[in-house]
Design a protein around this ligand. Sequence first.
Ligand code: DCP
Ligand code: MG
Ligand code: MG
Length: 432
Amino acid sequence: MDTVSSSFFIPRKEQGYSDIFKRVRMMPLYSFPHYKDLKPHINHEKNRFFIHLDFDAFYAQVEQRDNPSLRGKPVSVGSTTGEKGIVMTASYEARALGIDTAMSLWQAKKICPKLISVPCYGPKYEGIMLNLIRGLRCFVPEDCIEMYSIDECFIDVTPVVRDFGQAKELAMAIKQKVSDLEDLTCSLGVSWNKTYTKMATKFEKPDGLTVITPADRHKIYELPVKKMWGIGTRISRRLGVMNIFTIGELASASELALCREFGVNGTVFRRLARGEDTSGIIHTRGREKSLNHHHTLTHNVWKYEDIESEIRRITEYICRKLRSKELVTRSLYLVIRYDNLRYAGDDTKLDTATNDDREIFKAAMNIFVKFPRPCESLRARMFGMTVFDLHEDLHRYTPSLFGNNVRLPYYELDKLKYKYGEGIIRVGLNAG
Ligand code: DCP
Ligand code: MG
Ligand code: MG
């Protein structure tokens, strides 16, 4: 499968888009270079070329793309209701007015009463990134791509370019690919080490492309230390006490003094500042051990058909996620939380490993019937599913349309949905 839908979510018929709001987790893909990633005896490896990609105002841009009435307007994305609303990110129009990430919505509305706050939907953004990672495979092998966060990745282009000119051309082609695939803008940084690329990306945001060659090192050196990858407020304050304010000053600081203050990290900070980050692509991907999806409802449910429909929905989501990673599962765990805050959960082993919506739905319903039956006075408020014991889907390219156990061409269906929207087709899960 070439594509993963960027619209993973399945809109509920009766609810508006905003009701689907769920908190979104930042992906814990933190791979800051560690001392062991640096090659202690090599000062800097020449002839290496990296690209760092970061989407511009990611969640906000996606929402503006998907809803034309938001375009050109100050938009924030995050929780929208109640006093606890927060700005997860803001469109560039809103940023121009002073709205910033992590601001409370209340504060943001005070600065800009016209601010339109929209809910976020994590699986959609995650789908976009996964789709991009797949798209990048036409430029470099998968081993050369590191997904760093929900909207960022590093690409080691050393195997395919010979100089900065070619690296820049490739970066432009990647930018075009992002636009073709997802109709979104991103900013790119190109350099000979990961740390510099990450900083370069920020230079010309939004829709930027910045190349930092060894001759441009001064551009990095002029930046305050806080701008360096891995250095936050607290460390920069401690560096300030040592009279180190810029990256250039950090680069030429005494290693001994830095180590006295920060231990081995002193060496790491200094080397990263000097452009001596010899780390390569760090693979966080590996084989997934489990996947899960939980959904807390806005309105608790108790009728059998509503429960069935929620379980079907999380099944579809999980199966699609399995397929996007070309995996099948042998085990399944279902959990329900009731409005008295008690949980019921159980797992089951499947006869064969699968990512077929129908089989997993059937297994999930078999678990559900063992739970206390929801009723008007005991409603269900949260549904969750975890699949574990995952294996590679070896049959993904050979959907057998004949035989007793007819295998539906789910991968093809996912592609259709991706291309024509969620409404184009839906498999009847009660069948078969
Ligand atoms: N995000 C979040 N909580 C934060 C920071 C960010 O949920 N504290 C989310 C919202 C962002 C997304 O992660 O859209 C990506 O984070 P970035 O830091 O890359 O910020 P943006 O992409 O929104 O803006 P920029 O153009 O500055 O990259
Ligand atoms: Mg971003
Ligand atoms: Mg980012």
